[in-house]
Every structure is written in C-alpha cells, then in structure tokens.
Design a protein around this ligand. Structure first.
Ligand SMILES: [Zn+2]
Ligand SMILES: [Zn+2]
Length: 282
C-alpha cells in the first residue's frame, strides 16, 4: 500500500512536470493560399518547372500562461478578391492570394472559441506581407520579434524592395505596441514549452518556434527559414537577405530535428498542410 502511495505521488509529480513544461495544444491554420505559380519563381535553382500552390501557415498555441499566435498571415484587406486594394498589381498577379475573410486570424480565433483580446503574445517570424500583416489586430498583446527584424521592417534593403514583400501599411500603426525585442533565442514562458529560435537569412531577423506538446511531442515551426520540402534537397529559397545565414539556419533546424526527434513543420508546404493542417495537436 505504501509502495502504491509512493507510485501515485511519483505519477502525480510526473504529470505536474509534464503539464508545466508543455503547451496544451497547437492549431495549424492558414491565411489562405498563394498560386498556382511555377516553383522556380520561388526557388530559382529548382531543376524542373512545375506549378504549385502554397499555404500561408499561422499557428495558435494554447499555453497555461496565455494564448499565443505565431504569425498573423496576409492583411485582412486582401480578402475575397480585393488584392489590389492593399498590394501592388505585380504582387497580386504573381502570388494570386485566395484568402477569404474567414481565413483571417481573428475569425480563426473566434471559431476556435477565443477572442482577439485574449491573445497574450503575438510572435512574428518576420516582416514579410504574408506573416506580419494583421499585427494591428492585437494592440494589447506583447509582440515578440527580433530587434533586427523590426529595423528591417521599417527600412528594408533596397535590393529587397522591388519584390513588394514588405508593406509598411501592415505595421505602421503598430509602432507604439509593446515589443519584446529579442536578440537571439528566447524561452517564452520560462518553462521550455514555447521556444523562439533565431533563424536569420531569409530576412535579417527571421525567427522560428519550437513547441513542446504533451502527446505530440516537440515540433519545429520553421516558417520561412524553410519554405518546403524542396528546400531540403539543396535548393535555397529565393529572396534571401543572406544566403550564408539562410544555410546556417537550415542546418540549425535540421540538426535540432535530428537531435530532438522533432518533426519540421514548414512555412509553406502544401503537402504538409493538406494532410496535417486545420486541426489541433495536443
Ligand atoms: Zn518571407
Ligand atoms: Zn512566407
């Protein structure tokens, strides 16, 4: 009986430890899709021309200490075919966004039983138009970005500007929000459950997120540090701030994957999204 008591106490302690060190659940959402377009438009060295579509992944993470959103997708203004009201004609013609109003992050939160005001932290991977663009819906949240990325957002390198990937109107009213300005990795709630991982290269201050879940285990949300499977075949993404840093970040994430036996969930893989998106992981 005494043994059983000790066992029960140990089990309870273990459960407590598990609860304390993991997020409760993670939802895989998407701010619509882009395409179809030739994969070589995104990955210039890819050896064969092929039309693809890509999802615009966003993530909702429920943690005992607060609700977290990782990336806020495309601006609400481009929903339902109104692309040129907010993006250039060139971006609309190339990207062909399919976002409907229901694909926007606020509607996702509502459908999942939350409100926008409940979001405690918004983590933004980087300042491109398909990741930062609804940051202004969260004036009361803490916003976690790399300090360099905030600088990049306000003054992108001239060579990156013609792509139209930064849209100042996505974040110009968010300047006085509360920013957790990071310079490297950060353990969001201090328990290892949601870790921000610095993965520069795609942009000056890109960051990814590692999430520990009670049943699913550890997953790596790369966002644009690795767009899709094809990038792991040695073909770098186009539009890099630094190809050298890009490859270092790919190495970092793939080694983490191998060391921690943690799957990589990419920023824009249609294969993954179609088989794994639009559901909770606990
Ligand atoms: Zn990007
Ligand atoms: Zn992207």
């Amino acid at each position: 009986m005494k043994k059983l008591g000790i066992f029960a106490a140990a089990l309870a302690a273990l459960c407590l430890a598990t609860t304390a060190a993991s997020a409760q659940k993670l939802y895989w959402a998407a701010s619509g899709q882009f395409g179809p377009f030739n994969i070589q438009g995104l990955i210039p060295t890819y050896p064969e021309a092929r039309d693809i579509k890509i999802p615009i992944n966003m993530w909702i993470i429920d943690h005992p200490l607060g609700l977290v959103v990782f990336d806020t997708g495309n601006n609400v203004a481009i929903s339902d075919g109104n692309c040129t009201s907010h993006w250039s004609q060139g971006s609309c013609d190339f990207l062909k966004p399919s976002q409907t109003r229901d694909d926007v992050i606020d509607r996702y939160l509502e459908r999942l039983g939350y409100s926008v005001d409940q979001v405690k932290v918004v983590i933004t991977s980087h300042s491109h138009l398909d990741h930062i663009a609804n940051i202004e819906m969260f004036p009361n949240a803490i916003h976690a970005l790399q300090k360099k990325e905030i600088y990049q957002a306000w003054w992108p390198e001239k060579f990156q500007r013609p792509s139209g990937a930064h849209i100042m109107a996505d974040y110009d009213d968010a300047r006085d929000f509360n920013y957790l300005m990071l310079e490297g990795d950060y353990d969001l709630f201090g328990d290892g459950a949601i870790q921000i991982i610095s993965t520069p290269g795609h942009t000056l201050g890109h960051q990814s997120v590692k999430v520990k879940l009670p049943n699913t285990g550890t997953v790596l949300l790369s966002q644009d540090a690795i767009w899709m499977e094809e990038n792991l075949e040695g073909h770098p993404a186009g539009l890099n701030y630094s190809v050298l840093d890009y490859f270092k970040s790919v190495d970092r994430l793939t080694m983490m994957r191998d060391l921690e036996n943690a799957p990589l969930w990419f920023g824009h893989s249609i294969k993954q999204y179609e088989s794994m998106g639009e559901k909770w992981y606990d």
